[in-house]
Design a protein around this ligand. Structure first.
Ligand code: NAP
Ligand code: MG
Length: 503
């Protein structure tokens, strides 16, 4: 793995792992890398330098149509995929996890170059978690079962259910955890026997293309998994419009989620949405405040705060405020952003200049609203999209910096007087993806957990997920649960078979 500072485009292109290079400008359809029909390409950049990494093929509606047709053929009765036994499907899933691990260093480097996230995170978290997701779902194909159900007809009828794959699944993912988001969607869809057309985010297509190569190595039949790179309003929209796609699984912003629901309704596609968050991190004065403050930093600044579950609203009880904040401020001020490829770096670059400017604008908005900047909030240098992580104090829950998702390293700290106020304000949000509660009083913790409207509630920890544990949102954070057994429901239809045994 490279640890030198990266400066020029040439060096970057050299750094691109060899195997991924020639494939960068192609789509992956029906088991092969192909040019887009229009020949159009777009650039993907390194957020740490702004330099060009590779040119990527831009899929138009006609390319999406080819990918959907390939996926449809691969799904039809009698295809190698449909004839494959669940045990063999499981072996392919396991193999995919194994191949991700075998190529871990290379894939982690590719992910870091494309996203700007620290190699420490890619190599120790994102990529191993993606491998684990395939390994976890390798256990499922042999355990997807229906029920036999007693009816009022008693012994005169046999009624049972089958769990069948939905068909062709369109999967649209964001740029913050590219391979992990791919794994969360692709692994359960394959476990259930579906076929896939995947669109990675325009900013981060490289690991999806590398993964496509691995599907060939793993023996996945052609057409089962396809990658169409391109832009949301064109490539993504063509997927949502396409009558040959049976289901759209989407992770991204609330606005795009709403648009997808609207367009998908025309063809009554199944839709599952993982959208944004503004997760409350509620710290009671009786908590271990030093630990809570340390974890609060990880909760908001991991992955530069570009996290849907980011604990971006830190609610701290008045009595514990000074003690908690002295740790939080001190540690936040010491966090330095650096070369994402350096193994010691813990804070990388934001995804793009546009996004960096948007995040910085929220620091100004917070100030205008009356918050104070305890630390950070400025851009670092002019090359690459780095900023000092910001802690805003004196925030009230009605301010924009407490209500709107910033998706960057900006923590909004809000004081509260008692538990009633904390729960009321925590729930006073359009979002409901996650929440954390810190207290030594375990009874109080469970009481609050019941009252907070969020898909995940952490007690005395934050931001942990596991591929076996359901994940998803309440309210505007979306619907449907990914991971664990819940994702088997997302990727299967239930068929009832009714047999009359009379006479
Ligand atoms: P985004 O703009 O919503 O994009 C997400 C994906 O949707 C991208 O692949 C995008 O393509 C595509 N897309 C955009 N417009 C589309 C359209 N009209 N039809 C079909 N597809 C379309 O979100 P983002 O800016 O990439 O990511 C940040 C957002 O994602 C944040 O709000 C964050 O909260 C959310 N997020 C949520 C979770 C979760 O699990 N709940 C996880 C990660 C991120 P382009 O890349 O070409 O725009
Ligand atoms: Mg986008």
């Amino acid at each position: 793995m490279s640890d030198a500072a990266v400066t020029s485009t040439d060096i970057l292109i050299e750094l691109l792992p060899q195997k991924a290079k020639p494939k960068a400008g192609k789509l992956f359809i029906n088991g092969e890398f192909v040019d887009s029909l229009s020949g159009k390409t777009f650039a993907t950049h390194n957020p740490a330098t702004g330099d060009l990494l590779a040119n990527i093929a831009e899929a138009g509606a006609a390319d999406v149509d080819l990918a959907v047709r390939a996926a449809r053929t691969a799904f039809e009765d009698g295809s190698p995929w449909r004839k494959m036994s669940p045990r063999d499907r499981a072996r392919i899933l396991w193999k995919l996890g194994e191949l991700i691990r075998t190529n871990l260093e290379e894939i982690a480097e590719l992910e870091t170059l494309d996203t700007g996230k620290p190699i420490f995170e890619s190599a120790k978290f994102d990529i191993p978690q993606a491998a684990d997701c395939f390994e976890y779902y390798a256990g499922w194909p042999t355990k997807i079962t229906g029920d036999t159900i007693p009816t009022t007809q008693g012994g005169d009828a046999l009624v049972y259910t089958l769990r069948e794959p939905i068909g062709v699944c369109g999967q649209i993912i964001p740029w913050n955890f590219p391979l992990q988001m791919l794994a969360w969607k692709v692994a359960p869809a394959l476990a259930c026997g579906n076929t896939i057309v995947l669109k990675p985010a325009e900013q981060t297509p490289l690991t999806a293309l590398r993964f496509a190569e691995l599907t060939v190595e793993a023996g996945l039949p052609p057409g089962v998994f396809n990658v169409v790179t391109g832009f949301g309003p064109t490539t993504g929209a063509a997927m949502v419009e396409h009558p040959g796609i049976d289901k759209i699984a989407f992770t991204g912003s609330v606005e795009v989620g709403k648009e997808i629901m609207r367009v998908a309704s025309k063809t009554l596609k199944r839709v599952s949405l993982e959208l944004g968050g503004k997760s409350p991190n509620i710290v009671l004065a009786d908590a271990d405040l030093e630990t809570a403050a340390k974890y609060a930093l990880g909760g908001i600044f991991f992955n530069q705060g570009e996290m849907c579950t980011a604990g971006s609203r830190i609610f701290i009880e008045e009595r514990g405020y000074d003690e908690f904040m002295s740790v939080l401020r001190g540690r936040a001020a010491k966090m330095v952003a650096g070369d994402p490829l350096h193994p010691k770096t813990r804070l990388g670059a934001l995804i793009s200049e546009e996004h960096l400017n948007r995040v910085l604008s929220y620091v100004s908005i917070g100030k205008q609203e009356g918050a104070t900047v305890a630390t950070g909030g400025e851009r670092i240098g002019t090359k690459g999209y780095f900023m000092k992580p910001a802690v805003l104090e004196g925030v009230t829950n009605s301010m924009r910096v407490a209500q709107e998702e910033i998706f960057g390293p900006v923590a909004s700290v809000i004081k509260f007087a008692d538990v009633e106020e904390a729960v009321r304000e925590a729930n006073n949000s359009q979002f409901g993806l996650a929440a954390a509660i810190w207290t030594r009083d375990i009874k109080k913790a469970h009481q609050i957990a019941k009252r907070v409207k969020a898909g995940t509630v952490w007690i005395n920890t934050i931001s942990t997920t596991d591929n076996g544990v359901p994940f998803g949102g309440y309210k505007s954070s979306g619907f449907g649960r990914e991971l664990g057994k819940a994702a088997i429901d997302l990727y299967t239809e239930t068929k009832t078979v009714w047999v009359d045994l009379n006479g």
